[in-house]
Design a protein around this ligand. Structure first.
Ligand code: ZN
Length: 228
């Protein structure tokens, strides 16, 4: 594994544009204060489609951002099953973004459906934004194993697919605490499959409310795990 950025990053955050409590401005100020060097805003697509505040309001706000000392990335989180329902026209919102976070990929029916989602995103990237980074949100290995009848190969298969489609693997502070802080207790095979994969890794707090200093320690722990 390798890190997406060499700096202290937090690429998974929600604001009042979806289910978060803070404004974008508040979030940025707090992140900067505690020492985050790269922050990403990643509100939910599903909260903004067809309602107020709309996707265009969100994009407009993001485009106005000026980070100063903190690097700001413009993102959006979207469900894998939403992606396959959208037309290519409807995918045009990615034009103005630095990255998208795809959630619940591991909940797709089978490996071919996961591939279909990522293939479709590749197509949209070709059309609208070749630079767009794609991140797989907070993969739940328990869900993946259960869905695939505890077939151990599914972990490697899943990580391989992410690799083939250049998808970044997210370590998420809300979901992967055990993997990071207590990897002896959890399945060692998962941890080693992760560490020895060729994947690129991002780090996210998944903050919805109070922004906490824990993300700094979490960045350190991920580096320790990857031996960086
Ligand atoms: Zn999220």
């Amino acid at each position: 594994m390798k890190l997406l950025f060499a700096k202290i990053m937090d690429l998974h955050n929600h604001t009042i544009f979806s289910d978060g409590d803070m404004s974008i401005k508040e979030l940025l100020e707090k992140a900067q204060k505690i020492g985050v060097e790269i922050i990403g805003i990643s509100d939910h697509y599903e909260y903004m489609v067809g309602i107020n505040p709309s996707i265009s309001d969100y994009i407009q706000q993001l485009n106005k951002l000026n980070g100063g000392p903190i690097v700001i990335l413009k993102g959006m989180e979207i469900k894998a099953d939403t992606v396959i329902r959208l037309s290519l026209n409807e995918m045009a919102f990615i034009k103005d973004l630095d990255y998208i976070i795809v959630e619940r990929l591991e909940n797709m029916r089978d490996v071919n459906t996961i591939k279909r989602v990522l293939e479709y995103i590749s197509e949209a990237r070709q059309l609208y934004n070749k630079q767009l980074m794609v991140i797989a949100a907070h993969t739940r290995f328990d869900a993946l194993l259960i869905r695939h009848a505890h077939n151990r190969h599914i972990i490697e298969d899943y990580l391989n697919i992410l690799n083939i489609y250049n998808v970044v693997f997210e370590f998420n502070m809300a979901y992967h605490t055990n993997i990071i802080y207590n990897s002896i207790a959890i399945e060692k095979s998962i941890v080693s499959a992760l560490v020895y994969s060729n994947l690129t890794v991002s780090i996210g707090s998944d903050t919805h409310g109070i922004y906490s200093k824990q993300i700094i320690n979490f960045n350190k722990k991920v580096r320790d795990l990857l031996k960086l």
